[in-house]
Ligand binder design. Sequence first.
Ligand code: ADP
Length: 291
Amino acid sequence: MANLIGVGIATLDIINSVERYPDEDAEVRAVSQRICRGGNVTNTLVVLAQLGHHCQWAGVLSDEPDGARILADLAHYQIGTALCRTIEGGKVPTSYITQNQQNGSRTIIHHRDLPEFTFRDFEQIDLASCDWLHFEGRNVADTEMMLAHVAKKSPALPCSLEIEKARPEIEVLFKYAGTLLFSKKYVSEQEDNDCPESAINFLETSHRQFPKKRMICAWGAEGAYGIDQCGVVYHSPPSPPANVIDTLGAGDTFNAAVIDSLINGQSTAEAIKNGCRIAGQKCGHIGLDFI
Ligand code: ADP
């Protein structure tokens, strides 16, 4: 069991399933509704907690009722929130998700009225007993200061960084983390193509730019690709469940399983295999309570 700190956000997800995507200005009835906590880092921590790790979330909460809902969910998984900053007022980031039952597409409208977790918040954290730090690639200026602070004060502390979306200057963060976890969306946009060769090309090109990094990208129903510190590329096939029921949070689950493997001293090849195994298991269940 390791002590992990995850820096990023928690959201409230309101997921309406509809028979088909509505026309503009239409009024439709949802087939079902699910309201749950989401957010990349906290999703990853929830899976890591179920894999037996001691997790703490460092992020920002609002004292409004939906903030309490998020706290209750994290408490259920024994995820510590003492490192968080709680502000008065505002609105926790909320994702309004319309899931189309015809094709599985999920259209998301996101609203937030909350400041980001800052470097000033982060520098107060005592990292002495932390075994692994995981960051969400957002709020680039402050995240860079956080990563630089770790590199200076705790250079032996392993860090992973999730790059889900292209954001201005996000590449400045790459040099700091030992493990970079890219989404298929990010890589496909960079390569202008979502074929598997794009993943391999992206990893090889990025590795030449940032040697000695371990870089990984989940590739949806086609599994995942990774390149180790020596520049060797690996592919893991997916591990599909009997029925794919819910892929929301599959990438966050994959990241958690990869981190779990790396904490346990496994290789890049083993880590992506474990990532696909556990993410595949997740796809057969609704939500993240599946281990
Ligand atoms: P996200 O869209 O949540 O960022 P991905 O779609 O890349 O993440 O999926 C992450 C991982 O989940 C994949 O690497 C794969 O192992 C697993 N996965 C996702 N979709 C499927 C699927 N349809 N069948 C089997 N495994 C899947």
